[in-house]
Write a protein that binds this ligand. Structure first.
Ligand SMILES: *Cc1c(COP(=O)(O)O)cnc(C)c1O
Length: 366
């Protein structure tokens, strides 16, 4: 079976190429393919996300762009909370979980013979795409809002990417990137549209499963803006189930900012996801007013019998301080996940249950 074919919402198949970044209607997904987890072989490989090669969309195993990403530590919050485990994705090569997606997406772009890519982001996705493009010898154009801080742009620029500053909102930046993709026929290395990104983020679930002694926890607590980690984790647990190595899936608990919560609102009301207002939040990384994959995210969370909660704005700062007091130095968007857990824990996890929370982004980038 060919790995890495795209499908649209009616399951029409498309062979990925260098220019088509969306079907006539809706968005691309990767068509499910047969996966397996031969543990005795996996255990002999390096401790990176690439050790699950039988579950990744590549026909060959030569990978010259990896920086050893993945297999981040999984440790208890502290000695008093042995059942709440933190998955330390902020220790990735560029400081966030986005490296999982970028490593696979850019390896695929290289396989396709792409010479230039475009992505739009002002933060961690842009940095990850820029870094892996540099390793792959691919030209990288990052579209970012003009208001983006110089410090964030400096990391992207350091990897040799060309920055295009766009006046206006985050949505204006996305629009400008799409126009450039269409006009210049460049490869759209979008973490939102390009489904290869999710083929990378799904390794999050594989690692948690292996690190827990080939078991899944009762719940996964994950931030959700565009849902690139949440949807990846969902695909990952589906893969484990299809391969027959687990027989139940964890509940996925998504965390939004209370200041921008289109998915939480839709989940609570039973209505479809519609654009929300962004009232401004410290948790910038999840403040996505109009998530393109909102419907997919709702379906995934419901399928796992999970829920969506929001982070109280006035709890983010103290949550970050509390995490730092336990040794974890993370960015405010990540502190928001913990703030939401603190506020909602009675509703979302039983004290005897095992839960895994992700720490997505490093505090060193603030
Ligand atoms: C990207 C990012 C998020 C949100 O991910 P989505 O794909 O938008 O759901 C959360 N935290 C950090 C640190 C991120 O970089």
């Amino acid at each position: 079976m060919v790995k890495g074919v795209f499908v649209d919402q009616w399951n029409n198949e498309y062979i990925p190429n260098r220019v088509d970044w969306r079907p006539e209607e809706g968005l691309f997904r990767v068509k499910p393919y047969s996966v397996n987890f031969p543990m005795s072989q996996i255990k002999e490989r390096q401790a990176t996300m690439w050790r699950y090669q039988e579950a990744l969309p590549f026909e060959t195993t030569d990978n010259t762009i990896t920086m050893g990403e993945g297999m981040t530590p999984l440790v208890p919050l502290d000695a008093d909370h042995p059942n709440l485990l933190m998955k330390m994705d902020y220790l990735m090569p560029t400081g966030s979980f986005k490296d999982r997606g970028a490593a696979v997406l850019i390896a695929k772009a290289k396989e396709l013979g792409v010479s230039s890519v475009i992505a739009d982001s002002s933060g961690n996705a842009g940095t990850a795409i820029a870094a892996y493009s540099a390793r792959a010898g691919i030209n990288c154009h990052i579209y970012a809002p003009a208001s983006t801080s110089e410090k964030k742009l400096a990391q992207i620029e350091a990897h040799g990417a060309h920055i295009h500053k766009i006046p206006g909102s985050r949505e204006d930046t996305a629009e400008a990137a799409k126009q450039a993709v269409e006009k210049e026929n460049l490869y759209y290395a979008s973490h939102v549209y390009n489904p290869f990104f999710y083929e990378g983020t799904k390794t999050f679930a594989f690692e948690v499963w292996e690190q827990l002694g080939e078991q899944v926890p009762d719940a996964l607590i994950l931030p959700v803006g565009n849902g690139t980690l949440l949807l990846g984790a969902y695909i990952g647990v589906q893969n484990l189930k299809e391969a027959g190595v687990i027989n139940r899936i964890p509940r996925i608990i998504g965390v939004q900012s209370e200041a921008c919560a289109p998915i939480a609102r839709a989940f609570a009301s039973g209505e479809p996801v519609s654009p929300a207002e962004n009232r401004g939040t410290l948790a910038e990384g999840i403040a996505i007013a109009d998530p393109m994959r909102g419907k997919e995210i709702l379906e995934a969370v419901k399928d796992t019998k999970g829920t969506i909660v929001t982070a109280p704005e006035d709890g983010i700062k103290s949550a970050g301080q509390e995490l730092a007091g336990k040794g974890f130095y993370v960015e405010p968007t990540t502190a928001a996940t913990y703030a939401a857990y603190q506020q909602h824990k009675a509703e979302i996890v039983h004290p005897d249950e095992k839960a895994v929370m992700v720490l997505c982004g490093s505090g060193l980038k603030k």
